[in-house]
Design a binder for this molecule. Structure first.
Ligand code: AMP
Length: 219
């Protein structure tokens, strides 16, 4: 009932992805987060923040922090939360202040990062967390075929390990919040996109309905 009331205050029509939806994509490396984030940017006009892309550009800088980030990415480990949050402080604040929707690809990846995100955005201001699930053997084959600098065997193993150790507990936390949807990432790209679209179109964008995000959390 509360959700019905919220849609009445929303200028975006229901039944399609709004440029105001706020979405987090989670999944192991190679699960298709980057691909789906790019499509959501192109087709739904959602600003996209990819931490992998951002960090790879920091890593190319000939600075102390650039060299440090390059070393960590190359090893397949996650950046320490403090460093990650320092790098993201400005881009996240910009997204929040723009008051529009967004897609986060690759962040948060730990429980501490998820808590920090909530503190930046105000709790409840994420509409949906999409988990892309892909079989580990398929992931390894996809990453080997992609051939990025950190797609070498030792780093792949480390990244998958980091996902299970650090990111899985965060996913469980989102599952408990009721905002998580699980999507089969083996499907063709367009089928995954269509499912995300369907999930998003079933909810009004939070930013249309601030501050009563509690209604959305009860999904
Ligand atoms: P990705 O392109 O999302 O797979 O990220 C590439 C690499 O960037 C990861 O293997 C990590 O070293 C680093 N990275 C990206 N996002 C995060 C994050 N949220 N926290 C810590 N490290 C990250």
């Amino acid at each position: 009932m509360a959700v019905m009331d919220l849609t009445e205050t929303c200028s975006e029509p229901r039944g399609e992805v709004s440029s105001r939806h706020r979405l987090i994509l989670v999944g192991p490396p190679g699960s298709g987060k980057g691909t789906q984030a790019a499509l959501l940017g192109e087709r739904a006009g959602l600003p996209t923040l990819s931490t992998g892309d951002l960090l790879r550009s920091v890593a190319r800088e000939a600075t102390l922090i650039g060299r440090r980030v390059a070393g960590i990415i190359g090893s397949g480990a996650l950046l320490p939360d403090r460093l990650m949050l320092e790098v993201l402080r400005k881009p996240l604040t910009r997204l929040r202040d723009a008051g529009e929707g967004f897609v986060l690809d690759g962040f948060p990846r730990t429980v501490a990062q998820a808590i920090a995100l909530e503190q930046t955005l105000a709790p409840g201001l994420v509409d949906l967390v999409v988990q892309l699930v892909v079989d580990p053997r398929v992931l390894s084959a996809r990453l080997a075929a992609r051939g990025r600098e950190d797609d070498v065997a030792a780093a792949i193993e480390q990244r998958l390990h980091a996902f299970h150790r650090e990111t899985q507990p965060m996913i469980e936390r989102y599952r408990c919040s009721g905002r998580l949807v699980v999507i089969d990432g083996h499907q063709p790209v367009d089928a995954v996109y269509a499912q995300i679209e369907e999930e998003l179109s079933a909810i009004p964008a939070t930013s249309c309905a601030t501050p009563t995000g509690a209604a959305l959390r009860s999904r």
